[in-house]
Design a protein around this ligand. Structure first.
Ligand SMILES: Cc1cc2nc3c(=O)[nH]c(=O)nc-3n(C[C@H](O)[C@H](O)[C@H](O)COP(=O)(O)O)c2cc1C
Length: 320
């Protein structure tokens, strides 16, 4: 008897993916750099590096620092600007064997809307992710993702420019991520990416200088995984749109934590730098896990760890 393989297909808004594994923005280029080492037909989608309205040189070096179980980065959104990007870069992406998701960053609501509109017009771009972890120069540098009102306004403006699937990427550097998630959903997001990097800093004790050229940066990798799993859990209880969980995923077991906490899909970032075959391995192991348990689809486990956060607090489970 031939038994069907468990299905790993997922849907984010209108975007149908064969696999629930996205490659994180800034961690996979546009895919072609990884093509010699990885089978791009075995991944869900690549989220492209964030692009801004104007070209950006990025931050002074060093831009990457290793920390225990983590990576601190302060790239500074280096990119050629949307006009060059659309004209010279995106056309090269036409033959990628997996969907590409464009990532938009900006420093004003107008920036986001403009970049989103230009990017959404490009045929190779299947969906748009809004990286809202940027300061808004119009409100004394407050980060969009840290303010519910700014989040709502920027998502509404981006939503008005496109019918393509709109994923809003949330920052963990907030007090109440669920309230930001609710605003993004109400403003028209089709899905949420949870989480971006966690703010961090490292100091060289010989030179007495910060290790990053930019002084501060964003921490990624396994060090942030429990923070990310909790964020997914809290966001899943607050919204009904799909969540793309991310932060420190290196194995199928790591990915499963996110699905069980409430993610519909996951994203793999930093792990690609050490082993480009990790995403393929995760897909094979997810399929084996579902098969072993007699489950038909990845969707069958989404949110199954949702035991009620109030109970957890009552038992003092999160106190240090
Ligand atoms: C070097 C580097 C560059 C990144 N660039 C971006 C970016 O341009 N836009 C964005 O939204 N996220 C960016 N990220 C964040 C990742 O996409 C991802 O959300 C985060 O690193 C957490 O996942 P991970 O622990 O699997 O890397 C970057 C991360 C790293 C390590």
């Amino acid at each position: 008897m031939i038994t069907a393989q468990p299905s790993l297909e997922v849907k984010l808004g209108k975007l149908q993916l064969a696999y629930p594994t996205l490659m994180g923005s800034g961690c996979y280029g546009s895919g072609d750099e990884f093509a010699p080492f990885a089978d791009l037909t075995k991944i869900g989608a690549v989220v492209l590096k964030s692009v801004t309205r104007r070209p950006r040189l990025g931050n002074p070096t060093p831009r990457l620092v290793h920390t225990p179980a983590g990576l601190l980065n302060a790239i500074g959104l280096q990119n050629p600007g949307i006009d060059w990007y659309v004209e010279r870069e995106v056309p090269k992406y036409a033959d990628r064997p997996c969907p590409l998701i464009g990532s938009v960053a900006g420093f004003s609501i107008d920036d986001y809307a403009y970049v989103c509109e230009q990017l959404a017009k490009c045929a190779p771009i299947a969906a748009i992710e809004l990286n809202i972890s940027c300061p808004n120069v119009g409100s004394e540098g407050e980060t969009f993702a840290c303010d519910p009102d700014l989040t709502a306004r920027v998502v509404r403006a981006a939503r008005a420019t496109t019918d393509k699937t709109l994923i809003v990427k949330l920052s963990p550097n907030v007090t109440d991520i669920a309230s930001i998630a609710r605003e993004a959903e109400a403003a028209g997001a089709d899905a949420l990416a949870v989480i971006n990097t966690v703010r961090g800093m490292s100091v060289d004790v010989e030179t007495w200088r910060p290790r990053l050229g930019n002084v501060t940066g964003g921490l990624s990798g396994p060090a942030i995984r429990p923070i990310a799993v909790l964020a997914v859990y809290e966001v899943a209880r607050a919204v009904s749109i799909p969540i793309v969980g991310q932060g420190g995923i290196e194995t199928a077991t790591d990915a499963l934590e996110f699905f069980l906490a409430g993610a519909t899909a996951v994203s793999i970032g930093t792990a690609n730098f050490t082993d480009p075959r990790i995403p393929e391995r995760i897909v094979a192991e997810l399929q084996a896990y579902l098969g072993r348990r007699g489950l038909a689809a990845i969707g069958d486990i989404v949110g199954k760890a949702n035991v009620g956060i109030v109970g957890a607090y009552q038992h003092g489970g999160d106190e240090g």
